[in-house]
Design a protein around this ligand. Structure first.
Ligand code: UDP
Length: 323
């Protein structure tokens, strides 16, 4: 029987890029999304989109059976660090309670493999960077805690029920499809790259740099920005590895190179050819000072390497998608 992959959160930023990457390889996919990202990206023709909640087991179960789903790529979830600090109930509900309903329905329906969209936030404030997968996991915000909880469930399901799984821990997903067809858009937008590019384009208020007293080279937070197209290709490789009968487990998806907020703004100004209006504000709750991946395990296990994640390419792609 041909393989059918269920993509939860396929209307989101990373999810929609994955849908395109999968479709370009001729893979059969179906999207489940509740529309809560507030975006409606163009998807390839013929891709079925079911509007529904991952926690609605009747919907999930009937979709899996009707389409003969044999793999799930689970992107759907809440993703804002700051919001998770003020509204943890929402994060534990969506990222744990509802996600566990999806996982349990997948078990009952005998879906053999699942790929989970996880995050560097599981590490919290790291002891050292770059961060390998076996570094201590001590999340410093409810977002990271909720993602780590679901990873624990996957691990237990793997041991007990033979589920094959991968948890792909994204560092900072960024960039956009080079076609300009898709773009990073969240409602409300809280992410650095869209906010700083739009500020530079005069479409949004000046950027606020969240803190300049971190223990980094210029005092602003350091992150490892990874192009969404590179993320998508890692997912395809991870799916293939699971389909070939291998265990994958947790993998860091990043470049191994960190950039500070100031360095990002400088590069954005170069790419834009104009200044990004900005001011410095207080720290944002829940932000670790530095998150940089050690991506060697992903590179070895998947035979993958980031290709478009150098800052000029990444920001040029992001800018193209916004103009
Ligand atoms: N950031 C900032 N101003 C903003 C948005 C983000 O200074 O308006 C900083 C934020 O503190 C973090 C980095 O940019 O250090 C990346 O934040 P983003 O929200 O894009 O991703 P996150 O790291 O939360 O996944």
């Amino acid at each position: 029987m041909p393989s059918v992959t269920l993509i939860t959160g396929g209307l989101g930023f990373v999810g929609s890029h994955f849908v395109w990457a999968a479709a370009r390889e001729g893979r059969d996919v179906v999207v489940l999304d509740d529309g809560s990202a507030g975006t409606s990206p163009e998807l390839p023709e013929g891709v079925e989109v079911v509007r529904g909640d991952i926690g609605d087991r009747a919907t999930v179960g009937s979709l899996i059976r009707r389409r003969g789903v044999d793999a799930i790529v689970h992107f759907a979830g809440k993703i804002q660090v700051g919001e998770s600090v003020t509204n943890p109930a929402l994060y534990f509900d969506v990222n744990v309670v509802r996600a566990l309903a999806l996982l349990e329905e997948a078990r009952v329906a005998e879906v053999p493999r699942i790929l989970f969209s996880s995050t560097a936030a599981v590490y919290g404030e790291p002891e050292a960077v770059p961060i390998p997968e076996d570094a201590p996991k001590r999340p410093v915000n409810p977002y990271g805690a909720s993602k780590l909880t679901f990873e624990h469930a996957l691990e237990a399901y793997g041991r007990a029920y033979g589920l094959r799984w991968a948890a792909l821990r994204y560092f900072n997903a960024a960039g956009a499809d080079p076609s300009g067809k898709l773009r990073e858009a969240h409602d409300p937008e809280t992410h650095l790259i869209p906010l700083m590019l739009d500020a530079g384009l005069g479409r949004r208020p000046p950027l606020t740099l969240f803190g300049e007293d971190y223990p980094t080279r210029d005092g602003t937070c350091e992150r490892d920005y990874i192009h969404v197209v590179d993320l998508a290709s890692a997912h395809l490789k991870a799916l293939d590895r699971l389909a070939a009968g291998h265990a994958v487990g947790p993998l860091n998806l990043g470049t191994g190179q960190g950039s500070t907020v100031r360095e990002m703004v400088d590069e954005a100004e170069r790419v834009l050819g104009r200044a990004v209006p900005r001011s410095v504000g207080p720290r944002r709750a829940g932000d670790p000072s530095s998150l940089v991946a050690d991506p060697r395990r992903a590179e070895e296990v998947l035979g993958w390497k980031a290709q478009r994640s150098d800052l000029p390419t990444l920001l040029e792609d992001a800018l193209r998608s916004r103009t």
